[in-house]
Design a protein around this ligand. Sequence first.
Ligand SMILES: NC(=O)c1ccc[n+]([C@@H]2O[C@H](COP(=O)([O-])OP(=O)(O)OC[C@H]3O[C@@H](n4cnc5c(N)ncnc54)[C@H](OP(=O)(O)O)[C@@H]3O)[C@@H](O)[C@H]2O)c1
Length: 331
Amino acid sequence: MSPTVKAYLIEEAAGAVRARFTSLAPEALDAGDVELRIDYASVNYKDALAATGRGRIIRRFPCVGGIDAVGVVERSGSARFAAGDAVVVHGWGFGVSHHGGYAERARVPAEWVNRVPAGLTPLDAVTLGTAGYTAALAVELMQLNGCRPERGPVLVNGATGGVAGIAIDLLARLGYEVVAATSKADETDYLLQLGARRVIAAAPAPGAAPRPLESAQWAAAVDSLGGEPLAALIPRMHKDAVIASIGNAAGIAFTTTVMPFILRGVRLVGVNSDNDVATREHLWQRLAGDLRPRHLARLRQLVPFDELPAVMDALVAGRHRGRSVVRIGAA
Ligand SMILES: NC(=O)c1ccc[n+]([C@@H]2O[C@H](COP(=O)([O-])OP(=O)(O)OC[C@H]3O[C@@H](n4cnc5c(N)ncnc54)[C@H](OP(=O)(O)O)[C@@H]3O)[C@@H](O)[C@H]2O)c1
């Protein structure tokens, strides 16, 4: 075993954030009751914002980046895990206020860890990672709010993104008519292959505030964008439609009216992936069961650890598609 730990460390100096590869002494790892060897980590939009300093994500400097990872338990102080278990780690402080997945090893609280469920390979589990878990949570919340395939088409915007691509796969598998909205016209075939029934161009930024109600188009929506695209979506929802609000790729602020909520019963449902152990276990089991995605190989690019910065540049520049997985310790 290497005496040091190769890691991608995010630092702040003179108000500027930068990230670099370094070697950490094993004692420099944060404390936690589960210690693991990391095989793969994925690259999420949040990871790219964190490492490039484009978003104020990191809550403790220096911090190894990477909000999710898959690996093998080497030591466990938790009765839930034993040495040799294949596990997926994500959420809470991982890669934000506690050293994260872009390192050969990690120590983490057991609450952030789930066993890779039977039926998924470790590579599948990391391809899902935070994005897949969040997509599954969105689907479950939509179902709990009455969303069913026969109610009509479901819009998934930011469709070439990680969460969105997995959401398309999950929803199509469940029989929903998925309509994918993207800014990338050349990715139509990819989105159809994931299961979208139709692909439409992302709506241009509205010149004026949307009217309180527009003609109803969508029975549900998975919104990765927030901001004005979300404002434009709300008046276009069917009666009793559900919007899963996942992200803010286009912005955090929007202006709307109460009319879609009180006249059409539109439900705007917040999705937050920092969940308790029981919820996490339940959703990982669903991801290996009734939600099991069919197109992870198509969604995934596997890249060497050293190419991580280039993937982050592509993500913040809007040139990225699907899910990038970084090979760290896997053979
Ligand atoms: N709630 C949670 O717990 C949770 C968990 C995971 C992620 N998130 C959030 O969910 C969002 C998506 O995450 P992700 O990892 O899937 O990101 P991603 O892979 O970068 O996907 C975002 C997609 O949004 C579109 N987009 C990017 N920048 C945009 C802009 N300025 N204006 C309009 N569209 C833009 C692009 O799709 P097209 O080019 O196809 O339109 C892009 O592929 C992020 O805001 C992330 O922080 C939240």
